[in-house]
Design a protein around this ligand. Structure first.
Ligand code: DX5
Ligand code: ZN
Length: 217
């Protein structure tokens, strides 16, 4: 099933409540990009903002941690209202321990790779995850152009997951528009993050519908 996870990074932060209302009954999840200015060259928001907006949305909170040593903060994000917590493969060396801890907190665990990280390194981690996030741009900023070569990783991961017989979602993030989504869907992704394409559209609900329809063409 195709799921759209609009990235709040592209929303107007001066009126988050209103922005979220525009997508609440149309999106499948809400993607929340947490950046620490160390793992990526940008900062965004943290657990305080997430726990505030938790009060005005029932969407699945899809929290993407672009932070070093994520173990330090996963309990805070779980408490703030995250439903899915994604950590970056490149952000720590205790990935299995962190993924296990996320599940112990009762949340879905997910791992992400940057465009240059080879897909095969995920194979031993599949039993610990509910989702894999393939970055289709370099993490750090919204509004960048989709990198088509990243779809090789999506295809490789799809094969690995199918061979494992596990039920694991594949999410893609960065530069997703109605022009790039069909190829990502064909490559095997089923969860699509879209920041600019949703929140910068005149009608975000319509933009979500268009993204879904583009997968069926
Ligand atoms: C980038 C973030 C993305 C970003 C996507 O580091 O992980 O989630 O917000 O934004 P768009 O859809 O505008 O590329
Ligand atoms: Zn993201």
């Amino acid at each position: 099933m195709v799921k759209i996870s609009p990235s709040m990074l592209a929303a107007d932060f001066s009126k988050l409540g209103e922005e979220l209302k525009r997508i609440e009954n149309h999106a499948d999840m809400l993607h929340l990009d947490v950046m620490d200015g160390v793992f990526v060259p940008n900062m965004s928001f943290g657990q305080c903002v997430i726990s505030s907006i938790r009060k005005c949305s029932n969407l699945t909170f899809d929290v993407h941690l672009m932070i070093t040593n994520p173990m330090r903060y996963i309990a805070d994000f779980a408490k703030a209202g995250a439903d899915i917590i994604t950590i970056h493969y490149e952000s720590c060396d205790n990935q299995i321990e962190v993924l296990k801890a996320i599940r112990e907190l009762g949340k879905k665990a997910s791992i992400s790779i940057k465009p240059a990280t080879p897909a095969f390194i995920l194979e031993p981690l599949l039993e610990y995850v509910d989702m894999v996030l393939v970055m289709t741009v370099e993490p750090g900023f919204g509004g960048q152009s989709f990198i088509p070569e990243t779809l090789d990783s999506v295809r490789a991961i799809k094969q690995m997951i199918d061979a494992s017989g596990r039920n694991i979602d594949i999410e893609v993030d960065g530069g997703i528009t109605k022009d790039t989504i069909p190829e990502a869907y064909k490559a095997g992704a089923n969860v699509f993050v879209a920041g600019s394409a949703v929140f910068r559209a005149p009608d975000p609900a319509e933009a979500i519908k268009e993204l879904k329809n583009a997968c069926e063409i």
